[in-house]
Design a protein around this ligand. Structure first.
Ligand SMILES: Cc1ncc(COP(=O)(O)O)c(C=O)c1O
Length: 652
């Protein structure tokens, strides 16, 4: 579908790009590279449903929906949900397990209504439910499950009397709603509400397991964990419930040891501990029927299939099998019934289904050759500073074919740069000499990379990153990729086009916020994160009408990024579109959710857009009256204001 608009390098193929960007490693079978050089999504994992993402972005541009935009792929979401269902069904069948399985989707992972509705609608067919963790989420959850009385709605998080009463009343209305006690005092609130409304809802208790989690969210469990009851508190809770005649309501035992569990051993330990606790609760007379093991099912962001922060060392099938077999083994040993198993898998369900697309609006690279005029002028000084002479000498030997001499020249240039910086900072070097030394250093560095290629010695392995270009993207990292900024999460980033052409540059990405932190400089690499990304050459100036826009896709962003994002620089929510494949290799937009307007984001921070308009219009009139601007200019300003207020917060 995609038209090739750029010249191609004959030797380079789409398959090379697929390998370079490691698409099969992180793509989970949902993404690939077409022979025409476009990034393609396979929503149900096969080529018949291929959606050319470059074509989609151009189609959106034709509809005046500009980037940045989130492309949501409901087909991928449904496939992930089905995959999880099948993995547990297969594990249950192979273990001859007596209980069932359900996943309740934690809406905090992506609360966007259309995403939640898609999970709910498809989840209803799979026997899945939803999970909420706060009062606003409870209200959203109740609205989402309206008309779905059978759908489990698990309620976690800190609760007050109002929260509990709402849950109890919803249970009385016939909803399958299950509050999970996170703090001991919540038991009393349940008791009070149950008495007040003469109904005892099923409820759960969250256990604060001693098994530590792993990675960034390890603190979610262990003795000092913020949530759940310790083993001692659970014993007291059972006594309390028995005394109050409420023990019959304790139907669920819950735990959550943190998100993105990258090591399968943690899953095994957690499930064993929870299953043993279940056995003990049954023995104490609690009629627990469900073990909810929380979230944590990982996503292989960097595609390394390893027990490391951005990856995981297990498959979905292994996860399901380990969970089911562990619970079964403990229960069989203790000769107690197999409970139903529940997971609160969020990240693993939704991460793959969203792609953030942004446009490169310009680039900046280090000059490969020093500016001849600058160099000549600097060298013509009466007494050129020594670092300049050293750097110049290194520069002159940069074309040597002897790699040792080249490396020596580089070391000299680097030393000269340090000396030049020191001299300049002490006031002993003029601006021109300093600029010339910098340009000479960059030039020698570039020669090392060009001439030595893969033979660059170990100690200079970061040179390609140090000399990487800066590509400016029409995006806010703080709004759309908060985990990249906040916790160093690595997301795969790949051009959506020109993939049949060799990328000849390396770059880091800088966003349009006024914050130097607003950049992305960690990308999935073969052995750990890479500090720069191979990209195609783009014009330095923002794309004009003559050049084809260069789009980048940021993948696996469906989990957490949208709702965690903030309004730094008042850059608001991006547009989002739900795209499905259609017959004959086509695609169609199912839903278009427009991003926030300037008017909306201004009002979030208590500006009144109408008042702004009135004031500025008055200002324009004053300027007109005083002949500071002309009528046409006044009209242009008014138009800019009016269109600006109702426009997108990003560059258009
Ligand atoms: C209680 C609870 N359940 C489920 C989840 C979702 O976890 P994940 O997205 O790792 O599946 C979380 C997130 O941290 C959580 O706190």
């Amino acid at each position: 579908m995609s038209e090739k608009t750029f010249s191609t390098d004959a030797a380079w193929t789409s398959a090379d790009s697929s390998e370079l960007y490691r698409v099969p490693d992180w793509g989970g079978g949902y993404f690939g590279v077409s022979s025409t050089g476009s990034l393609v999504a396979y929503p149900v994992g096969d080529e018949a449903t291929a959606i050319d993402l470059h074509d989609v972005v151009r189609g959106l541009a034709g509809r005046e929906v500009t980037t940045p935009v989130i492309i949501r792929l409901p087909g991928v979401l449904e496939h992930r949900m089905t995959h999880l269902r099948r993995a547990f069904d297969a594990a249950i069948a192979s273990a001859e397990y007596g209980g069932g399985y359900a996943c309740v989707y934690p809406i905090k992972v992506n609360q966007e209504r259309h995403v939640c509705e898609a999970v709910r609608d498809f989840g209803a067919e799979l026997g899945f439910g939803l999970e909420v963790g706060s009062k606003p989420e409870l209200i959203a959850g109740l609205a989402l499950t309206q008309g779905f009385n059978e759908m489990p709605l698990v309620c976690n998080g800190f609760k007050d009397a109002e929260y509990i009463e709402t849950v109890v009343l919803a249970a009385k209305m016939g909803r399958s709603i299950i509050p999970v006690v996170e703090q001991a005092h919540e038991l009393k609130l349940i008791a009070q509400s149950a008495a007040a409304h003469s109904v005892l809802p099923d409820f759960g208790i969250r256990a604060r397991l001693t098994t530590p989690g792993v990675g960034r969210w390890a603190g979610s469990s262990g003795f000092r964990g913020k949530f759940g009851l310790s083993i001692g508190e659970i014993m007291h809770a059972v006594d309390y419930l028995r005394d109050e005649g409420l023990l019959s309501g304790l139907k669920m035992l819950h735990c959550h040891v943190g998100s993105q569990i990258f090591d399968i051993r943690t899953v095994k330990y957690v499930v064993s501990e929870l299953a043993h606790l279940y056995v003990e609760l049954l023995r104490a007379g609690a009629p627990v029927e469900t073990l909810d093991i929380g979230g944590g099912l990982g996503v292989d962001y960097d595609g390394s299939q390893s027990a490391s922060q951005g990856s995981m060392n297990y498959t979905l099938e292994q996860y399901a099998s380990d969970v089911v077999h562990r619970v079964k083994a403990v229960c069989d040993d203790a000769e107690v019934p197999h409970p139903d198993i529940m997971t609160e898998s969020g990240r693993a369900l939704v991460a793959h289904s969203s792609v953030l697309v942004c446009e490169v609006i310009g680039s900046r690279s280090f000059p490969t050759e020093p500016d001849p005029a600058l160099l000549e002028a600097a060298l013509a000084a009466e007494e050129p500073p020594q670092p300049l002479l050293d750097a110049y000498e290194a520069f002159q030997t940069r074309t040597t074919t002897d790699s040792d001499s080249l490396l020596e020249a580089f070391a000299d240039a680097e030393h000269a740069l340090t000396e030049a910086t020191n001299l300049f900072n002490l006031g002993y070097m003029d601006l021109r000499s300093r600029a010339a030394v910098e340009e000479l250093f960059w030039s020698v560095g570039r020669s090392v990379l060009d001439q030595l290629g893969d033979e660059v010695p170990e100690e200079l392995h970061d040179l390609k990153d140090r000399l990487a270009d800066l590509y400016f993207v029409n995006l806010s990292v703080f709004q759309s990729l908060l985990d990249s900024w906040g916790i160093g999460q690595v997301f795969p980033i790949v051009p959506l086009q020109r993939l049949d052409e060799e990328p000849t540059r390396r770059a880091i990405l800088a966003d349009i916020t006024c914050d130097s932190d607003g950049r992305v400089e960690a990308f999935p690499g073969e052995s750990g994160p890479s500090a720069s990304l191979p990209l195609h050459e783009v014009p330095e100036e923002p794309a004009g009408s003559t050049s084809e826009p260069y789009y980048l896709g940021v993948f696996l962003v469906g989990a957490y990024q949208e709702t965690l994002g903030d309004l730094h620089n008042l850059l608001g929510d991006t547009h989002s579109v739900h795209v499905r494949s259609a017959p004959n290799g086509r695609w169609r937009i199912e839903t278009l959710v427009e991003g926030e307007t300037v008017r909306e984001v201004l009002s979030y921070v208590q500006y009144d857009p109408q008042e702004i308009r009135t004031r500025l219009h008055r200002d324009i009139e004053d300027a007109l009256e005083a002949d500071r601007i002309e009528l046409g200019e006044a009209a242009r300003l008014r138009r800019f204001l009016d269109e600006g207020l109702s426009g997108y917060t990003y560059l258009e």
